[in-house]
Design a protein around this ligand. Structure first.
Ligand code: CA
Length: 218
């Protein structure tokens, strides 16, 4: 899953980017509203973390412009606990909000819920045959036994599982799994797919040649 964090407090931005990467997200960052809007319009992020008080273009204005053509789930960060801010944010198209200061664990939980809901997945566990993917604990088990996946492998399995029964193109995979600073070695999709097949069975992920990958094809 790939997220964009738009926050002008340098220190907080750094903490958020690092913490989200450690959680297994591909993360892009923007330090003002103009850059944030540009990025948010240019990519199909799985979610945005948006501070409201931003230089150049504030969070409300960004949201209003973004909502003309994108449904990207948005989690708003607000320093003020004022009711109007929250109401205005939610009315303006935000999907959820967090009041600063907040715990990272809460941010992670809200983000997971947002992404899950936007993919039409109400439960935190996705069952595909004998494989269970728990998006809350970011873990995978097969026949009740835990299967150790790397963060990258997990991300790939989760993306395919959220789109079960649909072909996910290589382009979609690149867009959702890797951030723009990633080196090309970590981008070797085929290597990740073959490692997952080794762990979960060769038929768990099917290749649709020239199109992409699919799991749970009927
Ligand atoms: Ca700010």
């Amino acid at each position: 899953m790939r997220v964009l964090v738009i926050e002008d407090e340098t220190e907080l931005l750094g903490v958020l980017v690092q913490a989200l990467r450690e959680e297994g997200y591909a993360v892009d960052a923007a330090a003002d509203g103009e850059e944030g809007l540009f990025r948010a319009q240019s990519w199909n992020y799985d979610a945005l973390v948006l501070d409201l008080m931003l230089p150049k273009i504030d969070g409300w204005q960004l949201l209003e412009t973004l909502r003309r053509d994108k449904k990207t789930p948005v989690l708003v960060l607000t320093a003020r606990d004022a009711l109007d801010d929250r109401v205005r944010g939610l009315d303006g198209g935000a999907d959820d909000y967090l009041v600063k200061p907040f715990q990272l664990a809460e941010l992670f939980a809200r983000l997971r819920a947002l992404i899950r809901r936007s993919n039409g997945q109400a439960n935190s566990a996705i069952e595909i045959g004998d494989v269970v993917i728990d998006v809350r604990s970011r873990s995978v088990s097969q026949n009740g036994k835990a299967v150790a996946l790397t963060a990258r492998e997990y991300g790939l399995v989760e993306l395919l599982a959220l789109h079960r029964g649909e072909v996910v193109t290589r382009t979609q995979m690149y867009d959702h799994l890797f951030d723009e600073n990633e080196d090309s070695l970590s981008n070797l999709l085929d290597v990740h797919v073959s490692n997952i097949r080794r762990k979960l069975g060769k038929d768990f992920i099917e290749t649709r040649r020239g199109l992409g990958y699919i799991i749970d094809a009927s």
